[in-house]
Design a protein around this ligand. Structure first.
Ligand code: NAD
Ligand code: NA
Length: 395
């Protein structure tokens, strides 16, 4: 079977499993090139199969020799198709980690459920004993609460409606997109799905089960961004959820005090992931930002961000490096006033006719394709993929 990319709007409908292997290997090579650091030895990663979570896991295993349990919600091969990129990322990561003698366990299922929490606890007890770090990197549009109620997050603004050019990756063009103001219920629901409640439930359950090692740390990922994106993000429903996440870090931090542990939020830079490509209008900012940051030699992809987070800002010579609000600022380069004034000068000029000339939309598109295993260097996309042997692989 020859696999061609199927992109619909800003969503990839398929993946190239062999390309996904090359993408995982590329990230491993990047971490190895950056050199080893003294990090945590046993790590639980929630949302381990793609984006920041996968990059965290790769940075910790191949940079600090960590054994990991990774949790994700992914589709394997079925009559509906070959399965999701994250499914294969889990497989290729585990194979590579095991080759180096590391433990790498994948649990596939709903991380919001008590059943999966129990499974994870059993697994930690049997195979890792305890964990030294819990990475919380879930991104989801839906949370099924422990009582069975389904809650959906929305991507809307608050206050005034907001509109602007958005990116259509399928057609490689810009389209007008608008965000309407959310209702109070929609804000509340988005906080329920993407806020800190589930993070706290995880840490509570793990602590009660004695699965957290003395001095344990936990980190969740957030975004703030520059003022020009506030209507899209910080003052949007997702921004409310992140505010809740930040507040929850303080609650968890108190809870972990008896173990000498700490809870942190890392405020990351805007990057192309499955989740971020889906936020209206934001990808246009992202394309401009990528152009400006590359031009100035300060661009980072997911793997470079996560490698720097752990090696320099959490487990480096200065321990955890945080600002006055206890936030770890991985958005330091993005928010550099020189970078932001360059982006702000370009943004009002963007039209469907000139966007490629103004920003690095080719680079953004390349990153998006690579997330799904397409357009990676060294992969022969003309060669048929052996579906039968892929179907035998288990996460
Ligand atoms: P992603 O879509 O690449 O990864 C999400 C992960 O969550 C996947 O591993 C997926 O399998 C898992 N997941 C989703 N629902 C699940 C469920 N019910 N049970 C188990 N696993 C589930 O997204 P990402 O961009 O890496 O986002 C991770 C975090 O980083 C989010 O909190 C996001 O807000 C934050 N962040 C992202 C950016 C960015 O620019 N992409 C910037 C700053 C912060
Ligand atoms: Na992730």
């Amino acid at each position: 079977m020859i696999i061609h990319p199927q992109i619909q709007g800003c969503v990839a409908r398929n993946c190239h499993p062999i390309g996904c292997r090359a993408a995982v290997q590329q990230q491993i090579a990047s971490v190895k090139a950056a050199g080893p650091f003294n990090g945590p030895r046993r790590v639980l990663v929630l949302g381990a199969s793609s984006g920041f979570g996968l990059a965290s896991r790769i940075a910790l295993t191949f940079g600090a020799g960590a054994d990991t349990l990774g949790i994700s919600f992914e589709r394997g091969p079925s009559d509906k198709g070959l399965g999701s990129a994250g499914w294969y990322n889990n497989i290729w990561f585990r194979q590579a980690a095991e080759q180096e003698g590391r433990i790498a366990i994948n649990l596939i299922g709903d991380a919001f459920s008590d059943a999966l929490r129990q499974q994870a606890i059993d697994c930690i007890r049997q195979q890792l004993g305890q964990v030294d770090l819990v990475v919380y990197s879930l991104a989801s549009g839906l949370r099924v609460l422990p009582d069975g109620r389904q809650v959906r997050s929305v991507l809307k603004t608050t206050g005034q409606p907001f509109s602007g050019w958005g990116l259509d990756l399928e057609q490689d063009t810009l389209v007008q997109q608008s965000l309407s103001p959310a209702t109070p219920e929609e804000i509340r629901d988005t906080v329920t799905v993407m806020g800190g409640e589930d993070w706290q439930l995880w840490l509570q359950a793990l602590q009660q089960a004695d699965c957290l090692a003395p001095g344990v740390q936990t980190v969740a990922y957030s975004y703030i961004g520059p003022e020009s994106t506030y209507p899209l993000y910080r003052d949007g429903t997702i921004g409310y959820a992140k505010e809740h996440l930040h507040a929850t870090a303080e609650t968890i931090n108190l809870q972990l005090a008896e173990l000498g542990g700490h809870a942190w939020v890392s405020v990351c830079k805007a990057l192309v992931t499955k989740a971020s490509a889906y936020i209206p209008v934001l990808p246009v900012y992202l394309g401009l930002l990528m152009g400006v940051m590359k031009e100035r030699g300060v661009h980072e992809g997911c793997i470079e961000q996560m490698q720097r987070l752990f090696a320099a800002k959490m487990y480096g010579p200065h321990g955890v490096v945080a600002d006055g609000n206890r936030l770890i600022r991985m958005d330091d380069h993005e928010l550099d006033p020189a970078i932001q004034s360059a982006v702000s000068a370009l943004w009002p000029k963007v039209t469907p006719d000139n966007f490629h000339a103004l920003g690095d939309f080719a680079g953004l598109r390349q990153d998006f394709m690579e997330l799904n295993g397409f357009e990676l260097p060294g992969v022969d996309y003309g060669a048929p993929v052996d579906v039968a042997s892929l179907t035998e692989l288990l996460p």
